[in-house]
Design a protein around this ligand. Sequence first.
Ligand SMILES: Cc1cc2nc3c(=O)[nH]c(=O)nc-3n(C[C@H](O)[C@H](O)[C@H](O)COP(=O)(O)OP(=O)(O)OC[C@H]3O[C@@H](n4cnc5c(N)ncnc54)[C@H](O)[C@@H]3O)c2cc1C
Length: 382
Amino acid sequence: MPSAYAFLSLEMDTPTLQSASRLVYKTGIAVIGAGQAGLSAAYHLKKQGLEIGRGFVVLDQSSHPGGAWQYRWPSLTLRTVNRIHDLPGLPFSDTVAGNQPEVQANLAVPHYFEVYEKTFGLTVYRPVKVKVVCERDSRFRVETDRGFFSSQGIINATGTWETPYVPVYPGAGLFEGVQLHTRDYQTADAFVGKHVVIVGGGISAIQLLDEISRVTTTTWVTRKEPIFRSGPFGEKAGRDAVAIVEARVRKGLPPGSVVSVTGLPWSPAIDAMRKRGVLDRQPMFSEITAHGVRWPDGREVMADVILWCTGFRSSLDHLMPLMLKEEHGGIVMGGRLATMVAKNPRIHLVGYGPSASTIGANRAGRAAATELMDYLGLTHAR
Ligand SMILES: Cc1cc2nc3c(=O)[nH]c(=O)nc-3n(C[C@H](O)[C@H](O)[C@H](O)COP(=O)(O)OP(=O)(O)OC[C@H]3O[C@@H](n4cnc5c(N)ncnc54)[C@H](O)[C@@H]3O)c2cc1C
């Protein structure tokens, strides 16, 4: 596995240029993040003739392969995820766990990524955390916790896991119980004997509500009335949902949540929850108190835990100096699949907005690799 040693050999092998105080490793394209989106981009960069090191580098802050999947809760199995789409060139079902629905996603997907990296010789430099990217002398200076890189282009694939979103409610600081986010969840057993307020109307909220309500009492709160969608979520519905998010980012609006577009798929598990009486959705409370949550009419529910299943935002803080965001908080995206930052075509964001799914990340990786190589004139090797 490429680790400290591989990083060291990169230092030795890559042509370097001296900066005032530190070495800078010069490369064509810096891919930041090695989840589904970053690996797909890396596969296509390599396939189209770029060599690792001089042509492109893949940097990832995690110590092991797996993207954010390695951090997800153990009860998320291949049966309960929506679907893990194949990376280009190697079907997921060809790996050991690929066809076993009860296998934990946090084991199966990292294993798949590890095999994938090895199969295609996609060296990932890890753990390397990108702290900040800025422009210098018409190149990008990529500052990491392990040194500096200088690149002509950036493919950013840092996902959302690092940026959990918790809305602000009055009194949050007064609460004497525990406030957690989906990101912190491991097992329902941790909540036995506690009353848990679960906030959120997405797929993760429903899954955690299902598990926690089997071992303790819960209150389920959502901002909007959840819309359950009956019938299978076909390809057309998927394309329509992606098109809505794509239209938003092309206008420079924040991507928004996909569930707000697709609704929640009705399933036997949800039907069983309804029968158990745990789908008794409450509107959003207006205030958090020392011992619970309170609604505008004065009604209060005592709680030991507030579990915020309120989603994630794109992890883009390291790109802040590039000033990509518009006044609405979004980024105007262009290119074939809306992966290219319109105001700076040398930067692509994959796994962002319409490509924030395993299938979307795959396609985005390919589009970004092709368009960026063309734009930078790196296509000679094709
Ligand atoms: C709970 C949950 C369940 C999901 N279930 C499904 C599903 O069933 N099907 C589906 O298609 N999609 C699902 N998704 C969405 C899906 O996981 C992602 O959209 C998809 O895997 C693409 O991942 P990614 O490559 O964009 O990001 P990630 O998998 O998050 O990878 C990002 C990588 O970037 C690295 N990184 C982050 N910041 C830095 C930095 N500053 N420097 C260096 N490296 C950095 C991280 O270490 C990580 O390896 C789910 C998402 C969540 C949160």
